[in-house]
Design a protein around this ligand. Structure first.
Ligand code: GLC
Length: 466
């Protein structure tokens, strides 16, 4: 059979081509990073990540004391000494990392990403490489939160992701790397030392999740590669774990693509590994903000479906308060999604997007072995379309593929038949929710007579060039 995960065809694709091919609202960040043959992983090394699908992200640090988001030090021009003084107040009472990890599990995550150091420079571990000892270990709390995190996450069998920001506002050289090269070099040294500490002393790290490779607030994560030398940096990462997955935001192209923020996801299936990261609240900030409204449950499930049915992972962020606690609304919403995943998880975990192309706002599909899962978001519109196996492009389907049965997951059997290559499902009146603006997703499992192969894995390289 043609098409398997082993097939590799390198093909460059520009931004314009990508958009016209996919008519996509997916905004892949940090395109055009440096590539290096020796860093390229085998697609199978990403299987755990692509199968895991769901990640739990948290932004927590000194900024959580002020409740104005993680950019407050810079945005509000807080004097360095004042901001640094907060470190003596960062003593989270009764904080228990296991509580957060338990919530990640309840949410259905298979991996976590912790912000170990944001752009403010405050490191949440015992970091000898930290410039001026700006760490939780050397200040108020005297705790190593990264240690607590990696231990708790591993114990709970979750993948360990570490967010690390190379840039650091404390260095004047960050704002003027050419004018103040010595100071900028100190920042770079800190970056190398700290990334090494994280990978060597807290490993094996499953995901290095960088953010903030741009300099002087200009350009993108990839435009300052001349300064950071991301290939060298990431060779060091891989020295400690040859299988660490690396996101594309250090100036190195990375192992998967990423889309950030709460905008809707529309368009075709992306034939590459990718991850959407966004906040469970409004998204005005990633760190804690009081009264930040929690997003609607059905909307979040639609988002999850829209991402997964287009081949992506869903990394959802929460911002704990200064004590590391979340509001009842936030933790409640995370658990509610987890309950949904508890019921419908078979149609999410371990699947790939497709085989049918999604129709924006109407439905998306996922598949695994001999099951095709249809996730319907608008049943009236869904009824009008045809599910034609002949139109499937993402995977080479066996010629004799047939549907044997259809069932609402956890519910009733449905009448299903085939007319030529088209699958016809009779949708009973009881499934209609006509008066709701955001309809709850209806997930249907189709059982096929034979297993579907894995998707084709041509290696497409999005260059970001127009
Ligand atoms: C953006 C924000 C940053 C946040 C990140 C998460 O880069 O500026 O504060 O940590 O998104 O992806």
């Amino acid at each position: 059979m043609a098409g398997s995960e082993d097939k590799q065809e390198l093909r460059e694709m520009t931004g314009a081509e990508l958009r016209s091919m996919l008519k996509s609202s997916i905004n892949l960040k940090s395109l055009g990073g440096m590539r290096d043959e020796s860093l390229t992983l085998d697609p199978r090394d990403l299987d755990w990540f692509r199968d895991g699908k769901i990640g739990f992200f948290f932004h927590w640090g000194l900024y959580s004391i002020l409740g104005q988001g993680e950019w407050t030090y810079f945005n509000d021009q807080i004097p360095k000494e004042t901001y640094e003084g907060l470190a003596q107040e960062f003593i989270p009472e009764n904080f228990d990392m296991e509580e957060l990890v338990t919530l990640a599990k309840d949410f259905g995550a298979k991996y976590m990403v912790m912000v170990t150091k944001h752009h403010d420079g405050f490191a949440l571990w015992d970091s000898p490489g930290s410039y001026e000892d700006f760490t939780s270990f050397k200040t108020g709390s005297k705790r190593d939160f990264v240690r607590e995190y990696v231990d708790a996450a591993r114990k709970a069998d979750l993948g360990v992701g570490l967010y690390y920001s190379p840039m650091d506002w404390r260095f004047p050289g960050y704002f003027d790397p050419k004018g103040l090269p010595e100071n900028a070099a100190l920042m770079k040294k800190q970056c190398y030392d700290q990334v090494e500490e994280l990978c060597r002393d807290y490993g094996p790290v499953d995901i290095m999740w960088y953010d903030g490779g741009w300099l002087a607030h200009k350009g993108s994560d990839t435009s300052s590669a001349w300064f950071w030398e991301p290939i060298k940096l990431n060779k060091m990462v891989r020295k400690y774990n040859p299988k660490t997955l690396i996101n594309p935001r250090s100036g190195y192209a990375g192992d998967f693509y990423c889309d950030e923020g709460s905008h809707e996801i529309e368009g075709g299936i992306l034939p590459v590994p990718w991850e959407k990261n966004m906040c469970v609240c409004s998204g005005r900030s990633w760190g804690w903000m009081e009264n930040d409204p929690v997003s609607d449950f059905d909307w979040l499930i639609h988002m999850l479906i829209n991402v997964v049915s287009r081949g992506g992972n869903f990394l959802l962020n929460v911002g704990p308060d200064r004590n590391g606690k979340l509001s009842k609304e936030v933790s409640g919403r995370m658990r509610q999604i987890g309950e949904w995943l508890g019921k419908y998880g078979d149609s999410i975990y371990g699947t790939r997007g497709g085989p049918f192309e999604p129709l924006d706002g109407v439905f998306g599909s996922t598949y695994k072995d001999n099951k095709i899962y249809l996730h319907i978001m608008d049943i009236q519109e869904f009824e009008k379309i045809s599910l034609n196996l002949e139109e499937v492009k993402v995977v080479d389907l066996p010629d004799d593929l047939k549907v044997l049965s259809a069932q609402v997951i956890g519910g009733q059997e449905l009448e299903v038949s085939m007319e030529g290559k088209s699958i016809k499902i009779l949708l009973p009146e009881s499934l209609y929710t006509r008066d709701l603006k955001v309809q709850p997703v209806i997930s249907i499992a189709l059982t096929m007579n034979t297993a579907l192969p894995k998707p084709r894995q041509d290696e497409i390289v999005f260059t970001g060039k127009e």
